[in-house]
Ligand binder design. Sequence first.
Ligand SMILES: Cc1ncc(COP(=O)(O)O)c(C=O)c1O
Length: 370
Amino acid sequence: MTVPILDLSIQHDALQPQINDKVTEVIASGKFILGPYVEEFEQKLAEFHNAKHAIGVSSGSDALLVSLMALGIKAGDEVITTPFTFFATAGAIARLGAVPVFIDIDPKTFNLEHQKIEPAITHRTKAIMPVHLFGLPTNMDPIMQLAEKHDLKVVEDAAQSIGAMYTDKMACTLGHCGCLSFYPSKNLSCMGDAGAIITNDDELAEKLRQLRNHGMNAQYKYASLGGNFRIDAIQAAILSIKLDHLNEWTEKRIAHAQRYNRHLEDLAVATPHEYGYRKHVFNQYTIRVHGGARDGLMHHLSGSGIGCRVYYPSPLHVESCFEYLKCLPGSLPMAEEAATEVLSLPVFPEMTREQQDVVIDCIKDFFTSE
Ligand SMILES: Cc1ncc(COP(=O)(O)O)c(C=O)c1O
């Protein structure tokens, strides 16, 4: 039996009649750009987060970019972030001419090590961009305390963590704003590209709405320089339908993760760290394989028809496009080591018990036949 890393066909087959009807309705309405389908989704998404505003945008990458633009981040400003993330996090900072300041990660959670933030703050630091990697919220209280102390903005990259919680608050509502991606591999996914920004700040929300639409503040009047960062109405309509199922999908991910934890605990792998006060939503179920065995395990799984991935094979500070930052290999050892040890296993909601058993047995087989 093969087990893919992700299979969207099951949830899409189940929702296809509803999605077909809705897409047909959007086509008949001709309301493709912003308008009622986008507004309906934004309202549902804001309610889901118990937040005042949700602003739909063209992608998770653009959500990060527009957030930084709205917060006034400009060339030469420094933004502290993690090197152990998808490229878009640091890419958004650098595209504005601002400087990504990479600090090391907490090896247990793969998220920013908050104790390393304060020593990295300079008079040019304007913001902190934590990433709730794999679905686990970053330890946000110390970050928000530092932000207040040093008058910094905080943009949460919650692309992988919709529905995650930190204490009694949703990810995306902990900083000044939070960014979501609806890329197909995310817990809530569309059928193309889309993203959103969540905020409780009325003024920031207004600015974000303008910037996603070229900075337009009245018909053909431009208060600031924005771009076309609009969410597509068809994607918004699809997302409105899928959002109703997100909690149920998340609970299934969590159940799969708990079952993996139980079955892998005696093996030479570290299962994901969890904390009672943080709800992990397992966009990825990522284990650490110590002792140089990660690649062997990966090949063993792939050779047996099991989808598994390395997120991420190298931390961003060693990428050639960031050479100018002079953040040399060896300078962020925790992130560099994680890149050699992580392996993400299938954890999509519709994975069957039989499929999960195949994955577990294959991992056990690797370690017993070593
Ligand atoms: C952590 C993180 N940030 C940003 C993004 C960018 O999102 P998108 O692909 O929707 O542009 C992604 C996902 O791809 C991501 O995983």
